[in-house]
Design a protein around this ligand. Structure first.
Ligand code: ADP
Ligand code: TRP
Length: 326
């Protein structure tokens, strides 16, 4: 059984990425064959600076490793090292209706904001379907916001199977943790690299503290009781403390004489504790780029080998014949 997932290199990894997705990647690699990649083709629809894209891609590879992805157990690779995925997206576009893509949130959201989406963004769910189907993935661990993309992938796979061969594509199952809803950012909306509201796992300590201290709270004065149920600090603290510690924080909120600043400092300490070892490993990996590059080269080669075998079968199914595809 194979498990596959990817993250776009649009910025630094944050705690929402970890609890929504990457924590699962690390756990699942002990049970299934893991394929984990950096979705660099996907990030092109926001037209990043080439230098930034390159840096962010390498950073995420190192972040994956620091957070516990083990190259002995998982295949770690760059999406663009396997150009067959783009070919597959094109092939799948012929069994996909415009309506299916027009219903995608990513496309509708941009339109709602009055922006004119580029074709890359419109095509996004197709490329994601190709990512998943090219590697015969059984399971796809993602955060809740990706649920619709997985449904689109399943629709496309079923349609292809209906047209060409009932048994051809594995219909992938999403793995979405019910216990983890969308993790709020420092401003209360979904934490996202694109919204500038993140708490970054690997930010230097000073910057990390600043991000935590920037969490938006109301202006209840220090001595007055506070409502712990609607506070972003408490919502985030739950990921870094056990039930007793969370209950204690809630009691302090209700009693008063406990300020948001105090709660933020407790959260800051919790984050450092939970990610302490990963943060140290990350510093070491950054000094050892040759090793990181080697892991990436080997992973990309292995992924490409798997992909080439599959795309040959797909083309043959569709009637694209040529000597090399016998
Ligand atoms: P971002 O929105 O920060 O650019 P990505 O789209 O690259 O994040 O998401 C990478 C993975 O992390 C996806 O599986 C996504 O569902 C998950 N994820 C991103 N933000 C959150 C969040 N705030 N809460 C839970 N999961 C998240
Ligand atoms: N769309 C995902 C995101 O925004 C990233 C992604 C691209 C992905 N291809 C994938 C996730 C394939 C899982 C499987 O987070």
């Amino acid at each position: 059984m194979r498990v596959l997932s990817g993250v776009k290199p649009t910025g630094n990894l944050h705690i929402g990425n970890y609890f929504g997705a990457i924590q699962q990647f690390v756990e699942l690699q002990h049970k299934y064959e893991g394929y984990y990649f950096v979705a660099d083709y996907h990030s092109l629809n926001s037209n990043p600076e080439p230098q930034n894209l390159k840096k962010n891609s390498m950073d995420i590879i190192m972040d994956y490793m620091a957070l516990g992805l083990d190259p002995e157990k998982s295949t770690i690779f760059l999406q663009s090292s396997v150009p067959e995925v783009v070919e597959l997206a094109f092939l799948l576009s012929n069994v996909t209706s415009m309506g299916l893509l027009m219903r995608a949130h990513s496309y509708k959201d941009q339109q709602a904001k009055g922006l004119v989406p580029n074709v890359g963004l419109f095509y996004y769910p197709l490329l994601m379907a190709a990512d998943i189907l090219l590697y015969d993935s059984n399971y796809v661990p993602v955060g809740k916001d990706q649920k619709q993309h997985l449904e689109i992938t399943r629709d496309i796979a079923l349609r292809f199977n209906q047209m060409y061969d009932d048994e051809f594509f594995i219909i992938p199952e999403p793995m979405i943790l019910d216990t983890v809803s969308v993790i709020p950012g420092t401003d209360g909306q979904k934490m996202s690299k694109s919204y500038g509201n993140t708490i970054e796992i690997f930010a230097p300590e000073k910057q990390l503290k600043k991000q935590v201290m920037n969490i938006v709270t109301d202006s209840t004065p220090l001595e007055e009781p506070k409502d712990p149920e609607n506070c972003n600090v408490v919502k985030l603290f739950k990921f870094f403390a056990d039930e007793a510690a969370v209950a204690e924080m809630k009691t302090k909120y209700r009693e008063g004489n406990y300020g948001y600043g105090h709660a933020k400092l407790e959260l800051f300490e919790g984050i450092k504790k939970v990610f302490g070892e990963a943060r140290e490993r990350r510093v070491e990996l950054a000094k050892n780029t040759e090793y990181v590059q080697k892991v990436l080269n080997e992973g990309s080669e292995k992924a490409r080998y798997t992909a080439i075998k599959k795309i040959r079968k797909i083309k043959k199914k569709m009637g694209l014949v040529g000597n090399i595809y016998k």
